[in-house]
Ligand binder design. Structure first.
Ligand code: CP
Length: 345
Protein backbone atom coordinates (compact mmCIF):
# COMPACT_ATOMS: atom_id res chain seq x y z
CA UNK A 1 0.00 0.00 0.00
CA UNK A 2 1.36 3.47 -0.91
CA UNK A 3 0.35 7.11 -0.91
CA UNK A 4 -0.29 8.73 -4.29
CA UNK A 5 1.45 11.91 -5.44
CA UNK A 6 -1.96 13.62 -5.10
CA UNK A 7 -1.97 12.83 -1.37
CA UNK A 8 -3.02 15.91 0.63
CA UNK A 9 -4.36 17.85 -2.39
CA UNK A 10 -7.52 19.91 -1.90
CA UNK A 11 -10.39 19.78 -4.42
CA UNK A 12 -12.68 22.83 -4.65
CA UNK A 13 -13.13 22.78 -8.44
CA UNK A 14 -11.97 20.44 -11.21
CA UNK A 15 -10.35 23.44 -12.91
CA UNK A 16 -7.81 23.49 -10.01
CA UNK A 17 -6.45 20.07 -11.02
CA UNK A 18 -4.46 19.26 -14.17
CA UNK A 19 -6.37 17.29 -16.81
CA UNK A 20 -4.09 14.28 -16.30
CA UNK A 21 -4.85 14.37 -12.55
CA UNK A 22 -8.60 14.37 -13.28
CA UNK A 23 -8.18 11.49 -15.72
CA UNK A 24 -6.15 9.57 -13.13
CA UNK A 25 -9.06 9.97 -10.68
CA UNK A 26 -11.62 9.00 -13.33
CA UNK A 27 -9.72 5.89 -14.41
CA UNK A 28 -9.33 4.85 -10.78
CA UNK A 29 -13.08 5.43 -10.31
CA UNK A 30 -13.79 3.12 -13.26
CA UNK A 31 -11.61 0.41 -11.71
CA UNK A 32 -13.27 0.95 -8.33
CA UNK A 33 -16.65 0.43 -9.99
CA UNK A 34 -15.43 -2.86 -11.54
CA UNK A 35 -13.75 -4.04 -8.34
CA UNK A 36 -16.39 -2.66 -5.97
CA UNK A 37 -16.83 -5.84 -3.92
CA UNK A 38 -13.67 -7.77 -4.87
CA UNK A 39 -11.75 -6.57 -1.82
CA UNK A 40 -9.05 -4.79 -3.85
CA UNK A 41 -9.77 -1.41 -2.24
CA UNK A 42 -11.14 -2.48 1.16
CA UNK A 43 -8.13 -1.20 3.17
CA UNK A 44 -7.53 2.15 1.45
CA UNK A 45 -8.97 4.14 4.39
CA UNK A 46 -8.56 1.47 7.06
CA UNK A 47 -9.08 3.05 10.51
CA UNK A 48 -9.41 6.56 8.98
CA UNK A 49 -12.32 8.99 9.41
CA UNK A 50 -13.70 11.47 6.88
CA UNK A 51 -15.36 14.60 8.29
CA UNK A 52 -18.50 15.64 6.35
CA UNK A 53 -19.58 19.12 7.19
CA UNK A 54 -23.07 19.95 5.86
CA UNK A 55 -24.57 23.43 6.09
CA UNK A 56 -27.32 22.34 3.64
CA UNK A 57 -29.32 19.14 3.15
CA UNK A 58 -28.35 16.38 0.74
CA UNK A 59 -29.45 12.95 -0.48
CA UNK A 60 -26.74 11.80 -2.88
CA UNK A 61 -23.72 13.55 -1.41
CA UNK A 62 -24.16 12.41 2.16
CA UNK A 63 -25.14 8.85 1.24
CA UNK A 64 -22.44 8.40 -1.39
CA UNK A 65 -19.66 9.78 0.83
CA UNK A 66 -20.74 7.58 3.74
CA UNK A 67 -20.85 4.52 1.47
CA UNK A 68 -17.49 5.53 -0.04
CA UNK A 69 -15.81 5.68 3.36
CA UNK A 70 -17.33 2.32 4.35
CA UNK A 71 -16.28 0.62 1.10
CA UNK A 72 -12.71 1.89 1.56
CA UNK A 73 -12.53 0.48 5.08
CA UNK A 74 -12.97 3.80 6.89
CA UNK A 75 -15.77 5.81 8.45
CA UNK A 76 -17.54 9.08 7.59
CA UNK A 77 -18.67 11.38 10.39
CA UNK A 78 -21.72 13.61 9.74
CA UNK A 79 -21.35 17.16 11.11
CA UNK A 80 -23.71 20.12 11.05
CA UNK A 81 -22.70 23.66 12.02
CA UNK A 82 -25.79 23.92 14.24
CA UNK A 83 -24.26 21.25 16.50
CA UNK A 84 -20.96 23.19 16.75
CA UNK A 85 -20.04 26.63 18.08
CA UNK A 86 -18.58 28.37 15.04
CA UNK A 87 -17.96 32.07 14.64
CA UNK A 88 -20.31 33.70 12.12
CA UNK A 89 -21.07 37.28 11.07
CA UNK A 90 -23.88 37.25 13.63
CA UNK A 91 -22.48 35.09 16.48
CA UNK A 92 -19.30 34.73 18.50
CA UNK A 93 -17.59 31.33 18.33
CA UNK A 94 -14.68 29.25 17.07
CA UNK A 95 -12.70 30.52 14.06
CA UNK A 96 -11.97 28.57 10.87
CA UNK A 97 -8.28 28.66 11.86
CA UNK A 98 -9.04 26.67 15.02
CA UNK A 99 -11.81 24.42 13.67
CA UNK A 100 -9.82 23.40 10.58
CA UNK A 101 -6.66 22.53 12.48
CA UNK A 102 -8.52 20.53 15.11
CA UNK A 103 -10.66 18.60 12.60
CA UNK A 104 -7.50 17.64 10.71
CA UNK A 105 -6.03 16.15 13.92
CA UNK A 106 -8.94 13.67 13.97
CA UNK A 107 -9.92 13.13 10.34
CA UNK A 108 -7.98 12.19 7.21
CA UNK A 109 -9.94 14.71 5.16
CA UNK A 110 -12.82 17.18 5.36
CA UNK A 111 -15.76 17.66 2.97
CA UNK A 112 -17.83 20.85 3.16
CA UNK A 113 -21.21 21.76 1.61
CA UNK A 114 -22.45 25.35 1.77
CA UNK A 115 -25.10 26.70 -0.62
CA UNK A 116 -27.98 29.10 -1.24
CA UNK A 117 -29.47 30.40 2.03
CA UNK A 118 -26.43 29.52 4.17
CA UNK A 119 -24.45 32.43 2.73
CA UNK A 120 -25.27 36.13 2.47
CA UNK A 121 -23.64 36.81 -0.91
CA UNK A 122 -22.32 34.83 -3.86
CA UNK A 123 -18.65 33.99 -3.23
CA UNK A 124 -18.89 33.58 0.55
CA UNK A 125 -18.97 29.80 0.26
CA UNK A 126 -15.85 29.79 -1.91
CA UNK A 127 -14.14 32.10 0.60
CA UNK A 128 -15.03 29.80 3.51
CA UNK A 129 -13.61 26.75 1.71
CA UNK A 130 -10.46 28.66 0.79
CA UNK A 131 -10.05 29.56 4.48
CA UNK A 132 -10.34 25.87 5.42
CA UNK A 133 -7.73 25.04 2.77
CA UNK A 134 -5.42 27.68 4.23
CA UNK A 135 -5.54 26.23 7.74
CA UNK A 136 -6.16 22.51 7.29
CA UNK A 137 -3.21 20.13 6.91
CA UNK A 138 -5.74 17.52 5.72
CA UNK A 139 -7.33 17.78 2.25
CA UNK A 140 -10.49 19.88 1.92
CA UNK A 141 -13.10 18.73 -0.60
CA UNK A 142 -16.07 20.74 -1.81
CA UNK A 143 -19.24 18.70 -1.41
CA UNK A 144 -20.97 21.54 -3.39
CA UNK A 145 -20.57 25.20 -2.57
CA UNK A 146 -21.91 28.39 -4.16
CA UNK A 147 -19.41 28.33 -7.06
CA UNK A 148 -18.52 24.71 -7.82
CA UNK A 149 -19.44 21.05 -7.35
CA UNK A 150 -16.33 19.10 -8.42
CA UNK A 151 -17.53 15.58 -7.59
CA UNK A 152 -20.68 16.18 -9.61
CA UNK A 153 -18.55 17.28 -12.58
CA UNK A 154 -16.42 14.14 -12.31
CA UNK A 155 -19.50 11.90 -12.02
CA UNK A 156 -21.04 13.62 -15.05
CA UNK A 157 -18.07 13.04 -17.33
CA UNK A 158 -17.66 9.44 -16.15
CA UNK A 159 -21.28 8.90 -17.26
CA UNK A 160 -20.77 10.76 -20.53
CA UNK A 161 -17.73 8.68 -21.50
CA UNK A 162 -19.73 5.48 -21.02
CA UNK A 163 -22.89 6.62 -22.80
CA UNK A 164 -21.29 8.66 -25.59
CA UNK A 165 -19.09 5.57 -26.08
CA UNK A 166 -15.90 7.60 -26.41
CA UNK A 167 -12.71 5.56 -26.02
CA UNK A 168 -11.30 7.99 -23.46
CA UNK A 169 -12.00 11.36 -21.82
CA UNK A 170 -11.36 13.33 -25.00
CA UNK A 171 -14.82 14.68 -25.92
CA UNK A 172 -13.70 16.62 -28.99
CA UNK A 173 -16.48 16.76 -31.61
CA UNK A 174 -19.30 16.31 -29.08
CA UNK A 175 -21.58 19.14 -27.98
CA UNK A 176 -23.36 19.77 -24.70
CA UNK A 177 -26.38 22.04 -24.43
CA UNK A 178 -26.26 23.46 -20.91
CA UNK A 179 -29.75 24.86 -20.70
CA UNK A 180 -31.57 26.73 -17.94
CA UNK A 181 -34.88 25.19 -16.82
CA UNK A 182 -37.65 26.87 -14.88
CA UNK A 183 -37.96 25.62 -11.36
CA UNK A 184 -39.25 26.00 -7.85
CA UNK A 185 -35.99 25.23 -6.04
CA UNK A 186 -33.87 28.37 -6.75
CA UNK A 187 -30.58 26.58 -7.26
CA UNK A 188 -27.00 27.75 -6.79
CA UNK A 189 -24.71 27.92 -9.84
CA UNK A 190 -22.33 25.20 -8.64
CA UNK A 191 -23.32 22.14 -10.70
CA UNK A 192 -23.82 24.10 -13.91
CA UNK A 193 -20.55 26.04 -13.62
CA UNK A 194 -18.67 22.82 -12.82
CA UNK A 195 -20.23 21.10 -15.84
CA UNK A 196 -19.30 23.76 -18.39
CA UNK A 197 -15.79 23.95 -16.96
CA UNK A 198 -14.99 20.24 -16.99
CA UNK A 199 -16.71 19.52 -20.30
CA UNK A 200 -14.93 22.40 -22.06
CA UNK A 201 -11.69 21.22 -20.47
CA UNK A 202 -12.22 17.81 -22.07
CA UNK A 203 -12.78 19.29 -25.52
CA UNK A 204 -16.59 19.41 -25.72
CA UNK A 205 -18.37 22.20 -27.62
CA UNK A 206 -20.57 24.11 -25.15
CA UNK A 207 -23.83 25.92 -25.85
CA UNK A 208 -25.10 27.77 -22.79
CA UNK A 209 -28.75 28.82 -23.05
CA UNK A 210 -30.80 30.80 -20.56
CA UNK A 211 -33.40 33.59 -20.48
CA UNK A 212 -32.08 37.12 -20.27
CA UNK A 213 -31.15 38.00 -16.69
CA UNK A 214 -29.85 34.53 -15.71
CA UNK A 215 -26.15 35.10 -16.52
CA UNK A 216 -23.61 32.98 -14.65
CA UNK A 217 -20.37 34.15 -12.99
CA UNK A 218 -18.38 36.13 -15.61
CA UNK A 219 -15.08 34.79 -14.21
CA UNK A 220 -16.26 31.23 -14.83
CA UNK A 221 -17.47 32.11 -18.32
CA UNK A 222 -14.01 33.55 -19.07
CA UNK A 223 -12.43 30.25 -17.96
CA UNK A 224 -14.84 28.23 -20.13
CA UNK A 225 -14.00 30.42 -23.13
CA UNK A 226 -10.29 29.87 -22.48
CA UNK A 227 -10.81 26.10 -22.16
CA UNK A 228 -12.70 26.04 -25.47
CA UNK A 229 -10.06 28.15 -27.19
CA UNK A 230 -7.29 25.84 -25.93
CA UNK A 231 -9.17 22.84 -27.34
CA UNK A 232 -10.30 24.52 -30.56
CA UNK A 233 -13.89 23.92 -29.40
CA UNK A 234 -16.99 26.09 -29.83
CA UNK A 235 -18.63 28.18 -27.12
CA UNK A 236 -21.85 30.16 -27.53
CA UNK A 237 -24.50 31.76 -25.33
CA UNK A 238 -28.13 31.87 -26.50
CA UNK A 239 -31.20 33.47 -24.93
CA UNK A 240 -33.73 31.63 -27.10
CA UNK A 241 -34.76 28.16 -25.95
CA UNK A 242 -36.03 27.03 -29.36
CA UNK A 243 -32.83 28.05 -31.11
CA UNK A 244 -30.77 26.12 -28.53
CA UNK A 245 -32.09 22.66 -29.41
CA UNK A 246 -30.88 21.39 -32.79
CA UNK A 247 -29.32 18.33 -34.40
CA UNK A 248 -25.76 19.29 -33.39
CA UNK A 249 -26.54 18.62 -29.70
CA UNK A 250 -25.26 15.31 -28.25
CA UNK A 251 -26.00 15.98 -24.55
CA UNK A 252 -28.74 18.04 -22.91
CA UNK A 253 -28.23 19.16 -19.32
CA UNK A 254 -31.34 21.08 -18.21
CA UNK A 255 -31.12 22.67 -14.80
CA UNK A 256 -32.57 25.61 -12.95
CA UNK A 257 -30.32 28.28 -11.54
CA UNK A 258 -30.71 31.57 -9.68
CA UNK A 259 -30.13 35.10 -10.99
CA UNK A 260 -27.16 37.24 -9.97
CA UNK A 261 -29.64 39.32 -7.94
CA UNK A 262 -30.59 36.44 -5.64
CA UNK A 263 -28.84 37.96 -2.61
CA UNK A 264 -30.39 41.12 -1.20
CA UNK A 265 -29.14 42.79 1.97
CA UNK A 266 -27.19 39.68 2.96
CA UNK A 267 -30.17 37.31 2.54
CA UNK A 268 -31.04 34.76 -0.14
CA UNK A 269 -34.35 35.83 -1.71
CA UNK A 270 -35.72 32.36 -2.47
CA UNK A 271 -39.40 33.36 -3.00
CA UNK A 272 -38.36 36.18 -5.35
CA UNK A 273 -36.13 33.82 -7.34
CA UNK A 274 -38.90 31.21 -7.69
CA UNK A 275 -41.38 33.85 -8.85
CA UNK A 276 -38.92 35.14 -11.49
CA UNK A 277 -38.11 31.61 -12.60
CA UNK A 278 -41.64 30.30 -13.07
CA UNK A 279 -42.51 33.15 -15.46
CA UNK A 280 -40.39 31.48 -18.15
CA UNK A 281 -42.93 28.80 -18.98
CA UNK A 282 -41.28 27.65 -22.24
CA UNK A 283 -37.97 26.78 -20.58
CA UNK A 284 -38.62 23.10 -19.91
CA UNK A 285 -36.72 20.23 -21.54
CA UNK A 286 -39.41 18.03 -23.10
CA UNK A 287 -39.90 15.37 -25.77
CA UNK A 288 -40.48 17.73 -28.75
CA UNK A 289 -37.30 19.68 -27.93
CA UNK A 290 -35.24 16.50 -27.44
CA UNK A 291 -36.54 15.22 -30.81
CA UNK A 292 -34.69 18.12 -32.51
CA UNK A 293 -31.31 16.95 -31.15
CA UNK A 294 -28.81 14.33 -32.31
CA UNK A 295 -30.62 11.68 -30.19
CA UNK A 296 -29.03 13.48 -27.23
CA UNK A 297 -28.41 12.00 -23.81
CA UNK A 298 -30.24 13.68 -20.94
CA UNK A 299 -28.10 14.43 -17.89
CA UNK A 300 -28.96 16.11 -14.58
CA UNK A 301 -27.21 16.08 -11.18
CA UNK A 302 -30.49 15.55 -9.27
CA UNK A 303 -32.64 16.28 -7.34
CA UNK A 304 -34.79 16.84 -10.46
CA UNK A 305 -37.65 19.33 -10.42
CA UNK A 306 -39.86 17.23 -12.70
CA UNK A 307 -42.49 19.15 -14.63
CA UNK A 308 -40.39 22.31 -14.42
CA UNK A 309 -36.78 21.67 -15.44
CA UNK A 310 -37.70 18.59 -17.48
CA UNK A 311 -40.74 16.53 -18.38
CA UNK A 312 -41.21 13.05 -16.91
CA UNK A 313 -40.91 11.31 -20.28
CA UNK A 314 -37.41 12.76 -20.79
CA UNK A 315 -36.18 12.35 -17.20
CA UNK A 316 -37.33 8.71 -17.15
CA UNK A 317 -36.75 8.04 -20.86
CA UNK A 318 -34.26 5.74 -22.60
CA UNK A 319 -31.67 8.52 -23.18
CA UNK A 320 -31.64 9.66 -19.56
CA UNK A 321 -28.43 8.74 -17.70
CA UNK A 322 -29.32 10.36 -14.39
CA UNK A 323 -29.13 7.23 -12.22
CA UNK A 324 -25.80 6.10 -13.68
CA UNK A 325 -24.41 9.56 -12.96
CA UNK A 326 -25.80 9.48 -9.42
CA UNK A 327 -24.09 6.10 -8.91
CA UNK A 328 -20.84 7.54 -10.28
CA UNK A 329 -20.74 9.97 -7.37
CA UNK A 330 -19.77 6.99 -5.21
CA UNK A 331 -16.99 5.83 -7.53
CA UNK A 332 -15.40 9.24 -8.18
CA UNK A 333 -15.52 10.15 -4.49
CA UNK A 334 -13.86 6.85 -3.56
CA UNK A 335 -11.17 7.57 -6.13
CA UNK A 336 -10.46 11.12 -4.94
CA UNK A 337 -10.54 10.03 -1.28
CA UNK A 338 -8.09 7.23 -2.09
CA UNK A 339 -5.73 9.54 -3.99
CA UNK A 340 -5.82 12.46 -1.55
CA UNK A 341 -6.25 10.71 1.81
CA UNK A 342 -5.59 7.00 1.53
CA UNK A 343 -3.15 4.22 0.78
CA UNK A 344 -3.50 2.60 -2.61
CA UNK A 345 -2.76 -1.05 -3.37
N1 CP B 1 -26.35 16.14 -6.83
C1 CP B 1 -26.27 16.36 -5.52
O1 CP B 1 -25.30 16.93 -4.99
O2 CP B 1 -27.32 15.83 -4.83
P1 CP B 1 -27.63 16.11 -3.29
O3 CP B 1 -27.96 17.57 -3.15
O4 CP B 1 -28.82 15.23 -2.95
O5 CP B 1 -26.44 15.74 -2.48
Amino acid sequence: MAKDKLFGKHLLCTQDWEVDELIRALELAEDMQKERFSGKYYDVLKMRTYMMFFYNPSVRTRQSFECAATELGGHAQFLEPKSMRLKTKKTAGETVEDAAQVMARYGAGVGIRILEDKIGAYGEGQKLLEDYCKWSPAPIHSMAHDKFHPFQGLADVMGLKKHLKTPDYNFKGKKILQVWGKGALARSWCSVQESILINSRLGMDVCLAYPEGFDLDPEVIALVKANCKANDAEFEILNDVDEAYDDSVDVVYSRNWMTAGAYKGGEFDKPGEIEKSLQHTGWICDGPKMAKTNNALFIHPMPIDRGNEVSDDVASGPRSIVYDVAENRLHVQKAVMALTMGNLP
